[in-house]
Design a binder for this molecule. Sequence first.
Ligand code: 13P
Length: 261
Amino acid sequence: MRTRVLAGNWKMNFGPAEALAYFTELEKQLNARAPSAPPSQVAACRVIFPPAYALGPEIQKAAARAHVKLGAQNLHWEEKGAFTGELSGATLKSIGIEWVLIAHSERRQFFGETDETAAKRLSRALTLKLSVIYCVGETLAEREAGLTEAVLARQLDAFLSVLRGKLPAGPAILSLAYEPVWAIGTGKTATPDQAQQAHAFLRKKTAVSLGADDAGRLPLLYGGSVTAENAAALLAKSDIDGVLVGGASLKPDQFARILET
Ligand code: 13P
């Protein structure tokens, strides 16, 4: 059994006021759709990653009313110090944040994130027992050059090197997101079969390092132009355990429909 993770990454969109309005609307949308569903039926982990200035207690409470947790889009590998522009995992935890996103392709593409720095961030997150979505994925040029599996294998090795042969125990959830760069923000979703193929590869390779049981427990999310229209077909695939949604997570009605899926 794997935990389902349904997540939204707002990237650099929305401030605190917009975030509050969003969660109020999301709660309304969800109540209108399933007025009698008790919280116990909200089986999946539902997480939104807003910009850091929208992680405060008031917004956490508004999100909780829609049974959504908030997560940070990054964390640094040191606890504190001279690291301008970075976020401390320990401080995130102290303000009630339990989820972090690591190695998003936009961090890799635009901000010099490497497999090595991403692995260091993961190591810190695991030490702090934070729940994690760790991203991997190939660019269009890499796919066209037939390098998809080689790139995924390299990125996955960095992730696995931190685990030292075992999934961490405990209630925190460690998950991996396959986000092909060519599908992000382009409207060109990977087909369910393409995504399943990449996920099956990630699962198989993970099993070599962690064993079949732990690999079988690792939630694998797909991200890249996920919408309310295509989420169900993706989630129906055997190795797709969740979604990481960008653009469509900015619209409460779209995200509510994805959560319903
Ligand atoms: P889009 O859903 O906008 O393609 O973004 C995906 C993504 O990068 C989520 O992290």
